[in-house]
Design a protein around this ligand. Structure first.
Ligand code: GLY
Length: 415
């Protein structure tokens, strides 16, 4: 008996010592309260500034005022989604009323088959709405949205086409482009299969995830942004990183979409290979030597010192610093909080990393002063540096995933 106890202590003590030595990481309650207070002030002003339900806040213009986009823009679902999350934090009906109004404004998108982003648009809005209010109508809209999304599926390629064929900015012609971001649209498909009992949506999602795993990832688990396919053979035509520094670089938000997307596919399938992929992608991100100390990545992990290339079609040299992408940080933090949940004790390091990220995002460096920043919550995101678009600005999806991550951190959202 005594021998057994000694052996147990021998095995357990080093582990306990190690655990005690690890600093306890938290996002202080006072910081979260400050973020929610800023969010309430900003979104109150955002709602006052625009009552036109066909104009969705996305970022800021050059003059610092809010820039709006139309209903077909890929980002339309994040504004109602953020309002739902604010309702979750506050339980105040004014946020629920606004969230319902803006969610329902997106109704006609259920028939939108012009790109793959319908998952972002409809699941972040209607999908979240269902957490707080049962509605057969919302369920039907989501199922129709999933139908529209799988209309873009090609069984030879075994993927959903992201964008319609057009010339890229780099003057390549895409035939069947699939982007890593598309992993984020699969959650809608899993929902539709669960709701209808029809496996078709889920099968498309799993095939798409398998194909992405095979063709988007490099050996080090960084990812290409775009993979273009031949629809007759399913063969890869080329691999590109359209929004990154170069085709072989790692665009920060692309990595974030992958970590988040593969985690969701694991949640829905319980197939370990998807969790392993999410984890390997996360390891690339969190151990990257080019990641700044505050854990908010540059817009690409591999930008050179100047941060731009001479052949880009706008004068990038005016940025005499390398901008960050707070949106990539927020997406990754939210994803890691879910992923860590599936990894037991091994998940601790991912959770700690997410917490450090949230602490940075909650600091004055990234959190807006109320009344500024086009009424968005977070500063310092980058849309597409190579295209001179949305550089070092607020982005509505940075806010959305930041609020989501804080809710996940507080165990307020079930997966
Ligand atoms: N899905 C587009 C982007 O991340 O910029």
């Amino acid at each position: 008996m005594q021998l057994k106890t000694s052996i147990c202590l021998f095995l357990i003590l080093p582990f306990l010592a190690f655990s005690c030595a690890m600093p306890v990481r938290v996002v202080e309650k006072s910081s979260i309260n400050r973020v929610i207070s800023v969010a309430e002030q900003q979104y109150t002003k955002m709602l006052e500034a625009n009552k036109n339900l066909t104009k969705y806040p996305r970022t800021t213009n050059i003059d610092g005022n809010t820039k709006y986009v139309g209903i077909r823009d890929w980002t339309g679902g994040f504004w109602p989604g953020g309002l739902w999350y604010l309702y979750d934090f506050t339980k105040e009906n004014q946020w629920k009323d606004a969230a319902v109004r803006w969610t329902e404004s997106l109704e006609q998108n259920q028939y939108n088959t012009s790109h793959h982003d319908i998952g972002f648009m409809m699941y972040c809005s209607y999908g979240n709405a269902l957490r707080y209010a049962h509605s057969k109508k919302y369920e039907d809209i989501l199922v129709q949205s999933a139908k529209s999304l799988i209309a873009r599926y090609n069984p030879v390629v075994k993927s959903i086409k992201s964008w319609n064929t057009k010339k890229s900015w780099a003057e390549n012609t895409w035939y069947f482009p699939v982007i890593i971001d598309n992993m984020m649209n699969l959650e809608l498909l899993f929902y539709a299969s669960k709701k209808t009992g029809d496996p078709v949506y889920r099968n498309v999602a799993v095939n798409h995830a398998e194909t992405t795993r095979k063709n988007h990832l490099r050996n080090d688990y960084s990812s290409y942004h775009v993979v273009d396919y031949d629809t007759l053979t399913g063969k890869v035509l080329f691999q590109q990183t359209n929004q990154g520094f170069s085709d072989n670089s790692q665009w920060a938000r692309g990595q974030a979409w992958g970590i988040y997307g593969f985690t969701v596919v694991y949640r829905e399938t319980r197939d370990k290979k998807f969790l392993n992929t999410a984890r390997e992608m996360a390891d690339f991100y969190i151990s990257n030597p080019n990641l700044p100390k505050d854990k908010i990545p540059y817009w690409d992990f591999n930008v050179n010192q100047a941060g731009y290339k001479a052949d880009w079609k706008y004068d990038a040299s005016k940025f005499n610093y390398i901008p960050r992408d707070a949106s990539a940080a927020a997406i990754t933090a939210s994803a890691l909080l879910e992923m860590s949940h599936y990894l037991g004790i091994e998940g601790k390091r991912y959770r700690n990393f997410a917490i450090e990220t949230l602490r940075s995002l909650s600091s004055p460096e990234y959190l807006a002063e109320p009344g500024t920043n086009g009424f968005f919550i977070l500063k310092h995101s980058t849309g597409s540096f190579p295209h001179g678009s949305e550089i070092d600005v607020p982005l509505v999806y940075a806010d959305y995933y930041f609020l989501e991550a804080l809710l996940r951190y507080q165990d307020k959202l079930s997966f």
